[in-house]
Structures are given as C-alpha cells and as structure tokens.
Ligand binder design. Structure first.
Ligand code: UD1
Length: 422
C-alpha cells in the first residue's frame, strides 16, 4: 500500500494536461461488447479502466491497452458473466448488463454491493431494462437477466435522471428491435460522449444531452473508433488546487464548455479563470478566497464529484460557505479528515457549513473514497507542514499520475510505501 506525503504551502506554477475522462471511458469500454471490435483512444490508465478491461477479458474478449489506446476484439467463446470479484471493486461494472443483454440475449452480473458514499441501488437500471423485455431476477447476489427473443424498443421514463441507468439503457436500446424513447434521461456530458461513440459506429441515436433520448434499434453496429473526452472532474480538481494553494496554471485539454457551474463558483470565490483557446484555460489565484455556497445537482448543475474538492478550498476562504449535497446521502466523509487539518465545518443533514480559517496545518489523514481523497490532496497542498494521506488506492481509481502532474507544477508531493497495512 502507498500513501502521499505532501509538504504544503507551495503555490503551483506551470502547464498541465488533463487526461481522458474516467466516467466517459467506462461505458465506452463496455460498449465494445456490442461490436466485433473497438479502438478507443485517450483512455486514462487507472485502476477503474483496468478493472473494466479485466471484466472484458474475463468474458473472453481480447484487449490490448497501450499508451492510452485500447483495442478490443470479440473472442470466439464469450462468457456473459461479470464476476463478483471484479464487480465489487467497481460499481460501474453493472454497465455490462445492458450491452450483454442486447448482444447475447443474456447476462449474469454480480449485484454491486455497498458503497462509501451512499446506498446506490441499481433498481432504476433493472426497471428500465425490464421495459425492453428483459426478464430479470436477483439470485445468489447476481442479476440474472435473459431476453431470449431479443430486446424490444419501448418508452422508458426514469423516476430520477440516473447517469448509469441512462447509459445502460442507451447501450441496450442500440441493438433492440424498434424505437426506444428514454425520458427524464441524464444529460451528463459523459452520456453525450457515449452516444457519439455509438453513433460513429452506426447506432441511430438522437437527443443525447437533453432529457429525451431516442434510439432506433439496428441489427448490428460496426467498429467503435473513438477518442474519449477530457476528464471534467480532473480539470476542476486542478482549479481547486490553485484556488487553495495559490499560484497560476495553464490547463490544457480543459473541457470549458461542460464545466460552467464549477467555473462560475470558483470565479465567485475570487479565482481568475480565462479561456486561452477552445481547450486551454489560464487559472490564477488572487489571494484569499471568498466564502461561496454550492448545491450539488444533476448536470448542468454543480457536480457532486467536485463537492469535496470545492469544500477543501472553501476551508481557507474568508467567510462562510454553505455546501449542500443532494445527489448522494453520505458524501461528507472527507469532513472529519478536513477537520483533522484544522478546518471548521459543521454538518446539518445534507448541508455542511464551512467557516473559513486562516490556515490549515498538516496531519495524517485517511482517504475514504475517490473524490474525498482528491479533497485531501487539495487541502494538503494548502496546509502548513506535512500532510500524509493514507488509502490513496481510492484516488488511483480515478486520477492518472496525479502526484507526478502536481510535482511538475512545483508541489512537494511524494507517493511512498505506507508504513501501515493500508
Ligand atoms: C455516476 C458517476 C459518478 C457520479 C454520479 C452522479 C460513473 C462511473 N459514475 O454514478 O462519478 O458521482 O454519476 O453524477 O459515471 N440511484 C438509484 N437507483 C438506481 C440508480 C441510481 O436510487 O438504479 C440513485 C443513486 O443512489 C444516487 C443517485 O441516484 O443517489 C444518482 O446516481 P446515478 O446518477 O445513477 O450515479 P452513477 O451512475 O452511479
């Protein structure tokens, strides 16, 4: 096991490039199940993308992953099963369900277990796929689904615009017979990326990015040949680092147009963010931040995946910030760790009241989930003395070479062997 050792208080300076999006890569990797072959570029080399690839190879697909390019080819003997050992390490594995059902008429996918940030059931995924004619049973911890005659297009109205549910249904609908209309669909940019990848391969999809997606089923699709969008959460995390630690950065591959809510809030807090060109921004700290409120919402609102990093920056702001989490019910686990660094935060239900302090002071802290880990890095970069972050395997699920990128920007951060069993 490894930990981060950060000697904080060093402003960041230089140029950094954002990696490909984890949350866009995962469904596009699983969409390869729908095809004979796929070439997916700009796939970040992460624990989660490696897990997705292992799921495919375990099913009998051939995969070659080199230099952020993933090639997938369908093997001859496909096992339509996603095993518990892999699924339990990554909830997004449930996204194999829709494509397996659509392509092979059956799927056996382990039910994802509990999750640090909330209950996160998959009931909406199952309900949606049932509407397309799948017969789904939960047996021995597995989702057993069959559609012997193939899936049939239908109108599906989601009770909540679930990101994963929309992706699962979209992939299933591509090969279903007839037309599927997805209402109250999630509008996240990663869904748009998935739809673009599928359409480029021959799928007939309209309306992605709005709350109604229409899919006209086709017999088969061709090669998926696609370059994944940059990671908007990694991009936002770099902004949070500058906001908290100070300095100025040029950030390349910055998906400006899909980060509106995050950019606006950091600007409200006093950070300069200027577009240099289509995919490059200049970010500069202007000294102490101003306390700023956020409420997490579905896209295009403020993303829940940026809540922890934004909170870490607000710990040092002048004034009070009210941070409301509406997407997940248990996503404040970073608060106790930020308090160990001297932050003044009170939780009342789904709201955190952050009273900015003049300084944070380094301590040993524990990462509890992916974005919570990132918030501890943000705080550690700004804190005086040394911060040691344990359990960074959470962080490695979703950030490619974060410590190397930050070191190159002048941060004093090292990834070293942990002195603990975690
Ligand atoms: C995806 C992202 C995650 C992000 C989240 C919200 C990936 C791999 N993960 O997760 O990083 O934080 O979107 O933007 O892309 N829900 C149900 N039943 C369901 C499905 C969801 O009750 O069947 C609830 C969840 O418990 C949660 C809320 O809906 O409270 C949002 O979940 P959802 O949009 O599905 O998020 P994920 O796809 O899991």
């Amino acid at each position: 096991m490894y930990k981060f050792v950060i000697k904080g208080g060093k402003p960041l300076k230089g140029k950094v490039r954002v990696s490909g999006s984890k949350n866009a890569s995962l469904p596009i990797i699983f969409a390869a199940i729908l095809t004979e072959d796929a070439v997916i570029s700009n796939v970040p080399d992460l624990r989660d993308t490696r897990t997705a690839i292992s799921l495919l190879t375990d099913m009998g697909f051939e995969a070659e992953f080199e230099g952020n390019r993933l090639k997938v080819a369908k093997g001859t003997n496909i096992k339509t099963e996603a095993d518990y050992e892999l699924v339990r390490t990554m909830r997004a594995s449930v996204l194999t369900l829709g494509p397996l059902l659509a392509r092979f008429g059956k799927a056996r996918v382990s039910l994802p277990g509990g999750c640090a940030i909330g209950a996160r059931p998959v009931d909406l995924h199952l309900k949606a796929l049932s509407k397309l004619g799948a017969d789904i049973r939960i047996e021995h911890g597995y989702i057993n689904a069959v559609a012997p005659g193939g899936l049939k297009g239908a109108e599906v109205v989601f009770d909540f615009p679930t990101v994963g549910g929309t992706e699962n249904l979209l992939m299933a609908a591509v090969l279903a017979k007839g037309k599927t209309v997805i209402r109250n669909a999630a509008k996240e940019p990663e869904i748009v990326d998935l739809a673009c990848a599928l359409r480029k391969a021959g799928a007939v999809i309209e309306g992605e990015g709005t709350d109604t997606i229409e899919v006209e089923g086709v017999e088969s699709i061709g090669t998926i040949d696609y370059t994944v969008m940059p990671d908007r959460i990694e991009a936002g995390t770099f902004v949070a680092c500058v906001a908290a630690a100070g300095g100025e950065l040029v950030i390349e591959e910055f998906p400006y147009d899909v980060l509106g809510a995050v950019i606006d809030k950091f600007k409200d807090a006093g950070v300069t963010i200027e577009k240099v060109d289509e995919m490059t921004v200049f970010v500069k700290s202007n000294g102490r931040l101003v306390g700023t409120d956020i409420t997490t919402e579905v896209y295009p609102g403020f993303p829940t995946d940026m809540q922890a990093q934004f909170m870490a920056a607000m710990c040092l702001a002048d004034g009070v910030s009210i941070i409301k989490e509406t997407i997940f019910e248990n996503r404040f686990q970073h608060v106790l760790e930020l308090q160990r660094l001297g932050a003044d935060i009170k939780i009342e239900g789904n709201t955190a009241v952050v009273r900015g302090v003049e300084k944070l002071i380094g301590a040993k802290v524990m990462a509890t989930d992916l974005r919570a880990s990132a918030s501890l890095v943000v705080a550690g970069l700004a804190a005086e003395n040394t911060t040691e972050i344990y359990r960074i395997y959470h962080l490695e699920r979703g950030y490619e070479n974060l410590e190397k990128k930050l070191s190159a920007l002048g941060a004093d951060i090292e990834r070293v062997k942990s002195d603990r069993p975690y």
